[in-house]
Design a protein around this ligand. Structure first.
Ligand code: GDP
Ligand code: MG
Length: 137
């Protein structure tokens, strides 16, 4: 067993569309355990820390603005290989091509919204998870 912790964010689109429960429920159904949960009005400073790897990319500023547009739900989930497992459950970054059965593939609205509106964030490595959990909790 390799028990890990990962940071999951339900982005402002997911919260605004009342999908928080449905998304958390899918993660729990897969077998992961909810360790921490809160609703947050994130500050620009917090988001700049969270997304520091993307500074300078064309989507960086729109991404931060989008994340400031409404509350997010922050959670820590625990479980065997949860980092990779959650990213598989979330689907690929762009909801247009995310596989059916994934959170982004099933719930991603596909009428021309920007890629940033893809419902969820999940840490991508053990190091990222540790770093991000310290930022949010
Ligand atoms: P993730 O790990 O799948 O969330 O994707 P990344 O770490 O590469 O990017 C972080 C977030 O930036 C993504 O979840 C999207 O919200 C947004 N993003 C990434 N690539 C693009 C892009 O090409 N265009 C836009 N508008 N947003 C993007
Ligand atoms: Mg990422």
């Amino acid at each position: 067993m390799s028990i890990e912790r990962t940071l999951v964010l339900i982005k402002p689109d997911g919260v605004a569309r009342n999908l928080s429960g449905a998304i958390l429920s899918r993660i729990e159904a897969k077998g992961y355990t909810l360790a921490e949960l809160k609703k947050v009005d994130a500050s620009r400073e917090l988001l700049e820390q969270h997304y520091e790897e993307h500074v300078g990319k064309p989507f960086y500023e729109p991404l931060v603005e989008f994340m400031l547009s409404g509350p997010v739900v922050a959670a820590i989930f625990e479980g065997h290989r949860v980092i990779e497992g959650f990213r598989s459950l979330a689907g690929t970054t762009d909801p247009t091509t995310a596989a059916p059965g994934t959170i982004r593939g099933d719930f991603g609205r596909d009428w021309g919204l920007a890629v940033q509106q893809n419902l969820v964030h999940g840490s991508d490595s053990v190091e990222s998870a540790e770093r991000e959990i310290k930022i949010w909790f």
